[in-house]
Design a protein around this ligand. Structure first.
Ligand code: FES
Length: 110
């Protein structure tokens, strides 16, 4: 089920923000020249929230140990340990909706 998370004008192309959907912390990112994407908002390394992560318009960097992901795909850039789980997202009438059902966060192997 899609949950309303925010108005689309609260995110700009090349930026990211944290939203909550169905009690999940989610990174809502709009990569440059791409589409709005929704990924797990906790780091696969040690479950840290990615609220203070840096985003350069393509790559998201965890503030704790600098793991990075491509926000077009959620695939890891460095190290190649774990992707971020991606949630279905849609924009309708200026509102962003995310469906978290059946999408567990991913974690790197200990
Ligand atoms: S907690 Fe994110 S890289 Fe270590």
């Amino acid at each position: 089920m899609f949950n309303r998370v925010c108005n689309v004008e609260t995110i700009a192309e090349g930026a990211m923000r944290i939203v909550i959907a169905d009690a999940h912390i989610i990174v809502l990112a709009w990569p440059e020249n791409g589409a709005i994407k929704a990924f797990q908002g906790v780091c696969p390394h040690s479950n840290m929230p990615l609220a203070e992560a840096e985003f350069d318009g393509t790559v998201l960097t965890c503030p704790s140990h600098s793991w990075t992901w491509d926000m077009n795909t959620g695939e890891p850039v460095h190290p190649k340990e774990s992707a971020l789980a991606e949630y279905p997202v849609k924009v309708e009438d200026g509102v962003v909706y995310i469906d978290t059902e059946g999408v567990p966060p991913l974690f790197a192997s200990p």
